[in-house]
Design a protein around this ligand. Structure first.
Ligand code: AMP
Length: 285
């Protein structure tokens, strides 16, 4: 596996690979890699000649400094894992190579997509995500970029970014990979204490309950049942539980007004904030 820390060097290398007609697949990450990241890398390996993974913990997308400093990191272990997965290239940029001193941060307008759920609880988050992804795309210039449905709102924002900037990149959504008890794999899971980890699958159980029972209730009623379930669980502090249209995140008042609905939730166990979502139904044309 080739490892680049320098922006010009990776650009030069990828430019030369592109002239050999190689298809480039790209997976941007913040590291502390797990099976969710691996699924994106393996999918890219199947569909491209060259798979590039980046690891960069982007300070711009954290609204709290402690969260940024506490974010789990283990570069050596990540490198070993990427070698094991036979990833071709790792881009490991410094802060300065992404945000040089003369860098001007762009501002983005994603409308409704950024004004709900994560957009409410983490105000500058998607602006920071869009900025780093735009910069990484401008360096890697991939043909395909792989994003997890685990961060579904982010996935829609990135698709919108591609549309607005007219970038010739295809976004490939990839399903959420879960632990055996249903907890969505996440770098943040490592911050949970043993007892907290044992209880964390409660989030998935609530999403599954919604999926299995949606036809018996109105969206409003079902949402209230689940909010009440969270309220009764002393371990969690619920940020939100919402049903939203999978295409545009518009709120769901009646199931029958939508073709595809997902349930979204974010909950905290002490300072560890976990997010997850699930498809409730999808009426394919
Ligand atoms: P992160 O390192 O958390 O920024 O995630 C990098 C990419 O991996 C994003 O596209 C995430 O949506 C994706 N990802 C994270 N966790 C999972 C998971 N459990 N299953 C599938 N994709 C995931």
């Amino acid at each position: 596996m080739l490892i680049f820390e320098n922006r010009n060097q990776i650009e030069e290398f990828l430019d030369s690979e592109r002239t050999k007609n190689k298809k480039i697949g790209f997976i941007p990450t913040m590291g502390f890699l797990h099976g969710g990241h691996a699924s994106l890398i393996l999918r890219s390996k199947k569909e491209n000649n060259l798979t590039v993974c980046s690891i960069f913990v982007n300070p711009l997308q954290f609204d709290q400094k402690e969260d940024y400093y506490n974010y789990p990191r283990n570069i050596n272990k990540d490198i070993e894992y990427l070698k094991y997965l036979k990833c071709d290239v790792l881009f490991l940029p410094s802060y300065e190579s992404i945000y040089p001193p003369d860098h001007k941060i762009m501002s983005y307008h994603f409308g409704h997509l950024e004004s709900v759920m994560e957009g409410i609880f983490r105000s500058e988050h998607f602006q920071g995500v869009a900025e780093v992804v735009r910069i990484l795309f401008s360096i890697i210039k991939p043909h395909f970029a792989y994003f997890g449905e685990k961060d579904y709102q982010q996935l829609l924002i990135i698709k919108e970014l591609i549309r607005q900037l007219k970038l010739p990149i295809t976004i490939i959504p990839c399903p959420t990979i879960r632990e055996a008890d249903g907890l969505a794999m996440s770098s943040r899971n490592s911050l949970l204490k043993e007892e907290q980890r044992k209880n964390a699958s409660f989030i998935y159980q609530q999403l599954l309950f919604a999926k299995q029972n949606y036809s018996k209730y109105t969206p409003h009623h079902l949402k209230n049942i689940i909010i009440e379930n969270f309220r009764k669980n002393p371990i969690f502090k619920l940020d939100y539980f919402e049903f939203a249209d999978a295409f545009n995140l518009q709120p769901v008042e009646k199931w029958e007004n939508h073709k595809c609905v997902r349930a979204f939730t974010a909950a905290r166990i002490n300072s560890v904030r976990l997010i997850d979502n699930i498809e409730i139904f999808n009426i394919r044309d």
